[in-house]
Design a protein around this ligand. Structure first.
Ligand code: HAM
Length: 410
């Protein structure tokens, strides 16, 4: 998980995003108002509790609303566009099952203050780049536009009329409730609902001119970035704050309930819902447990935290003292190094080096102490050489551009 966090942070920074952290819980109202009264998050997934003064609080189920709340509180001091990323835990009270946990981790990015479709394309490219950087290839980008306050109301009425005519074919959950939020039926994973959704009128055929132009712009941006996608007219997303662009990356090898590795879209009205000015926004949230599942499903090795570059083995009292000296020098030079706290036989210490994931063992025994050298052994293949004691640091400092020593990678 740490290795995923490191990669995500490095990639986000590469695109000019900066780290943002919000509290683990917030006033319930923040999520209730932004996610939507009929959303799953609000109707059944919030971890809500009262504090000692009777205030209603909720463990953070998603990151977009909290980041927007924090941004609006200090909007004057923020750059425009404001580009932020987060790596944090989210809490959702649903029935735990494979790929759906009560606590999960998300890598999320948000761009506030950019209405241009280029921002949508960039956000999608960051998520795509992250997954491909892990070696994933069986992933699919699904894209849709869900219109805006100009074109969606008429579409909504048309969809309600269609669902009324097909009411008997819906599952119980939707039969009596589709009038509140008809778009949710389109998002339902149940086979019966999917069959109805397939025949339903499609929002992308009903977009107003500005939404159509935006959607075309997003696709042009994706093409430019070398991405491919499938238009998925029933993709509507489960939270109410979205408008225009909606997207999901799915791993078709995983079962439908857990296949969405990340999802997101545009939310140009969110800031106003929170009492702020008009601030267009776009972003995604990626479930990192699901990313690990996809890595396993494709038979790939998950990334690891970088391991130790060197474990310094000191034999005997004098050897141990010298080992400690060397470890201090190595660390001061930025080389990840460790040694044993206690005097142990050479063989036991070499085992420690191996278990610690070190790339090298540097051995200081009687012979080395006499000659002022260190035996540098590459643990991968046992190849070893004598190096002068004062050249050890030099031998292990990573050369510019070279991968860091250590068997994991970051
Ligand atoms: P979301 O689709 O609700 O969107 O969640 C984003 C991702 O988090 C999902 O695609 C999934 O990978 C993962 N996820 C969600 N719930 C669970 C769970 N219970 N267990 C494991 N993984 C889960 C949002 O949260 C939006 N805030 C994303 C966004 C950011 N939109 C714009 N900006």
């Amino acid at each position: 998980m740490r290795a995923l966090y490191d990669r995500a942070a490095a990639l986000a920074r590469l695109y000019g995003y900066r780290y943002v952290e919000t509290p683990g819980f917030e006033a319930t109202e923040l999520f209730a108002r932004t996610s939507g009264e009929t959303s799953d998050v609000v109707t059944k997934e919030m971890y809500t509790f009262e504090d000692r003064k009777g205030r209603s609080l909720t463990l953070r189920p998603e990151g977009t609303a909290p980041v927007m709340r924090a941004y609006l509180a200090e909007i004057q001091e923020q750059p425009s566009p404001f580009k932020a990323y987060y790596l944090t835990r989210m809490y959702r009270y649903s029935r735990p099952q494979e790929g759906r946990y009560r606590e999960h981790r998300q890598f999320g990015i948000e761009v506030f203050g950019a209405a241009d479709p280029g921002a949508d394309a960039e956000v999608i490219a960051v998520g795509d780049g992250f997954l491909r950087g892990l070696g994933l290839t069986r992933i699919e980008l699904q894209l849709n536009s869900i219109g805006d306050e100009v074109c969606r109301p008429a579409y909504r009425e048309e969809l309600i009329a269609f669902l009324r005519a097909n009411r008997d074919r819906l599952t119980d959950e939707h039969r009596d409730r589709f009038e509140d939020n008809p778009l949710r039926v389109l998002d339902c994973k149940d086979d019966a609902c999917r069959a109805v959704a397939k025949e339903a009128p499609k929002i992308i055929d009903r977009l107003c001119d500005p939404c159509r132009a935006h959607f075309d712009g997003v696709q042009a941006g994706l093409k430019d970035a070398g991405l491919s996608w499938a238009i998925e007219p029933t993709l509507v997303r489960g939270l109410d704050y979205y408008n225009r662009t909606a997207f999901e990356f799915v791993s078709p090898g995983l079962s439908p309930q857990q296949a969405t590795l990340f999802g997101g879209g545009r939310y140009d009205g969110l800031a106003e819902v929170l009492g702020g000015p008009h601030v267009p926004g776009v972003g995604f949230g990626m479930g990192l447990e699901r990313v690990l599942m996809a890595i396993e499903e494709e038979g790939l090795t998950p990334p690891e935290e970088p391991g130790l570059a060197v474990f310094v083995v000191g034999v005997g009292d004098a050897g141990q003292a010298r080992a400690l000296e060397l470890v201090r020098e190595l660390r001061a030079a930025g080389v990840a190094a460790d040694t044993s706290f206690e005097d142990r036989p050479l063989k036991a210490q070499l085992k420690m080096a191996d278990r610690a994931g070190a790339a090298y063992a540097a051995i200081v025994g009687e012979r080395e102490l006499e000659g002022g050298t260190v035996t540098l052994r590459r643990l991968e293949d046992g190849e070893q050489e004598d190096v002068p004691g004062d050249a050890l640091v030099e031998a292990l400092v990573p050369k510019p551009g070279a991968a860091p020593a250590g068997r994991g990678e970051g």
